[in-house]
Each structure stands twice: as C-alpha cells, then as structure tokens.
Design a protein around this ligand. Structure first.
Ligand SMILES: Cc1cc2nc3c(=O)[nH]c(=O)nc-3n(C[C@H](O)[C@H](O)[C@H](O)COP(=O)(O)OP(=O)(O)OC[C@H]3O[C@@H](n4cnc5c(N)ncnc54)[C@H](O)[C@@H]3O)c2cc1C
Length: 293
C-alpha cells in the first residue's frame, strides 16, 4: 500500500511572478521541471511516485494568468478555477456547456483548487472541461521562450496524459469564440457516483436558423485516448431541418466513431451504448437553448 500522505522525492520549488520568468525557468530545467497550478492532479501523481520532477515551477503567483474577460467571446487565463466558471453568470448564460462542465467537477473543494489550465494540460481522456471547450470551438495560446503560438484545443491532445506542449512551454490563454445569435450548448456527464470522473461525458453546441440546424459541434470524453470531436455525428444534423430522429441517428453515428476501452469506471460496450443517449439528449438541450437565445 502506498502512503499517499507524503511526497516521496525531493525537488526544488520555484515561484515566479511573471510568465516570462516561468518560461525561462522551465526552459532552463527542461523535462526535469513541471508546472504546478492548483496541484489537484500533479500532487496526486507525485504522491503515488508516478511523476518525479526535480523542479516544480508554481505559476499560481502570476497575476497575468488569472483573468476572465468577455468581449468578442470569452478569454480565460489558465488559472481560472472551475469554481470561478461555475459562479459566472456570463459563462452560465452564453457558454452553458462550459458552466455545466465546471459545475460537474466532483466537489467544491476540488473546484476551488483545480484550474482550467490544469484540467486541460493533465490531458485526462475523461476530463470535463475539454469536451465543452471543443464543442464551443475554443482555441488556446501557448507561450515559450521562442514566442507564442495558437491552436485549436481539439488538436492539442496527443494521447492519455499527453499534449502538444513542448518542454518549457506554458498554456497561457483559452479563447472561446462568441457563440453568435440563436445558439445554445449543453454538457452531460455520466458517473459511477456523483463525485467522480466521467464514465462518458458529452458536450454539444448548436446554432439555429429558425427550424434548421445551421451549425453543430459535438465532443466527448472517456471514449477514446483523447477528448474527441464527433464529426460524423455532427454531419447528421448540420444544414438539416431539426428533428428528434436526427438526434437519435447522431447518437448512433457517435457510437460507431468512438474508440472506447474497458477500465475501472466502465466497459467499452456500456460506453458505446450510453453515448447514443447522451448525444441525443445533449443535442435536444442545446437546440431548445438555442431557441431561447
Ligand atoms: C478528488 C478529485 C476529484 C476530481 N474530479 C474531477 C472531475 O470530476 N472532473 C475533472 O475533469 N477532473 C477532476 N479531477 C482532476 C483535477 O482536479 C482537474 O483536472 C483540475 O482542473 C486540475 O487542475 P490543477 O490546477 O489542480 O492542475 P495541476 O495538478 O496543478 O496540474 C495538472 C497538470 O497540468 C500541468 N499544468 C497546469 N497548468 C499548466 C499550464 N498553464 N501550462 C502548462 N502546464 C500546466 C501540470 O504540470 C500538470 O501536469 C479531480 C481530482 C481530484 C483529486
């Protein structure tokens, strides 16, 4: 039995106050350094001895990484907490899937410590915010010694626990485009018990043109090695007159395109079945919300 109350290895702790300082510290230490934000993922892995960084670079004292602005969309610093998103009226009204994903993270204690940036960079296939952000079309900005770069969040994940981040790079901003008029989104999560990572989660975004589904994006977690956009399911609705039967068909397509595994939370077979219902229900909710916007 591993004693998870102690950190079994020694490390140097750095607490920069600017992003430039953090980036240069990380660059100098290369792969022996790890970024620390809220620590709700990293410290668990360190206590279990699964990662053993020799340098910890805490970014929590960098004010420039803690911001939330709503102008032409939503710009978020990586240190924004799940709890901040859950409490924001603007996020709740306009970026509902992100609000629902934040609210679904286990407990108030974890939501008060865990950051959006940490949730993304830990790259758990079952994390809650990535499917919501992908469905909402989010982009991210990454800073390194050589300068910054931007990419779609859906292209950031490369495998379980793996991302496109290079040693020395920091996720510096998450940008969610303005959803536009007559649009709505929804996030649904199925768990073993209320406070748990997902067996399966699904987020959907819809923009309406009266009774036609003008745009549709769907993403899901815990159904593949990375959070996954469900493009075949989306294609069932895009440009079509909206009908519940199409939502059911989109669910069937989703079940075909995911690559689930059997693990401690669920079986591959169950995931393939239940995604049909989650996709259908998320689409129906997003459609109704788009009608109210
Ligand atoms: C009891 C418990 C329950 C949980 N329940 C859920 C849940 O329901 N849903 C869910 O999605 N997650 C859940 N989590 C996981 C975790 O709380 C979240 O993933 C959280 O958002 C991680 O954020 P953090 O700030 O704590 O990350 P940290 O632990 O500080 O960092 C996580 C990883 O990201 C890297 N990192 C952090 N910020 C940056 C950055 N800006 N740039 C580059 N790298 C960075 C770190 O180096 C580390 O590898 C749970 C965790 C615990 C302990």
């Amino acid at each position: 039995m591993v004693n998870t109350h102690i950190l079994p290895q020694e490390f140097s702790y750095h607490e920069p106050h600017t992003l430039a300082e953090a980036v240069s510290l990380l660059q100098a230490q290369g792969s022996s350094a790890k970024v620390l934000a809220g620590g709700t993922d990293l410290l668990v892995l360190m206590k279990l001895g699964k990662v053993q960084p020799r340098h910890i670079v805490s970014i929590s004292k960098i004010p420039a990484l803690r911001f939330q602005t709503e102008r032409d969309g939503l710009s978020l610093g990586p240190l924004v907490l799940h709890r901040d998103l859950e409490k924001s009226q603007g996020v709740r009204e306009k970026f509902t899937a992100l609000f629902e994903a934040a609210r679904s993270v286990t407990s108030v204690q974890v939501r008060n410590m865990g950051t959006l940036g940490g949730n993304i960079c830990h790259a758990s296939p079952a994390a809650d915010s990535p499917p919501a952000l992908i469905a909402l079309g989010a982009q991210i900005k990454i800073e390194g010694v050589g300068g910054g770069r931007a990419m779609l969040l859906e292209d950031f994940f490369t495998g379980p626990g793996k991302t496109d981040l290079k040693p020395g790079e920091v996720l510096a901003e998450i940008q969610v485009p303005d959803p536009g008029p007559a649009s709505g989104s929804a996030f649904l999560k199925l768990t073993r018990v209320a406070a748990d990572l997902a067996k399966v989660n699904v987020a959907a975004f819809i923009q309406r043109d009266q009774e036609v589904c003008r745009e549709c994006r769907i993403a899901s977690g815990a159904v593949a090695p990375t959070p996954m956009r469900l493009k075949q399911a989306e294609a069932v609705l895009r440009g079509k007159r909206f009908e519940e039967a199409l939502c059911r068909l989109a669910g069937e397509k989703a079940a075909e395109e995911i690559q689930p595994i059997t693990d401690i939370r669920s079986t591959a077979g169950y995931r393939r079945e239940v995604i049909k219902v989650l996709v259908r229900d998320a689409l129906l909710q997003a459609w109704v919300r788009a009608g109210r916007a």
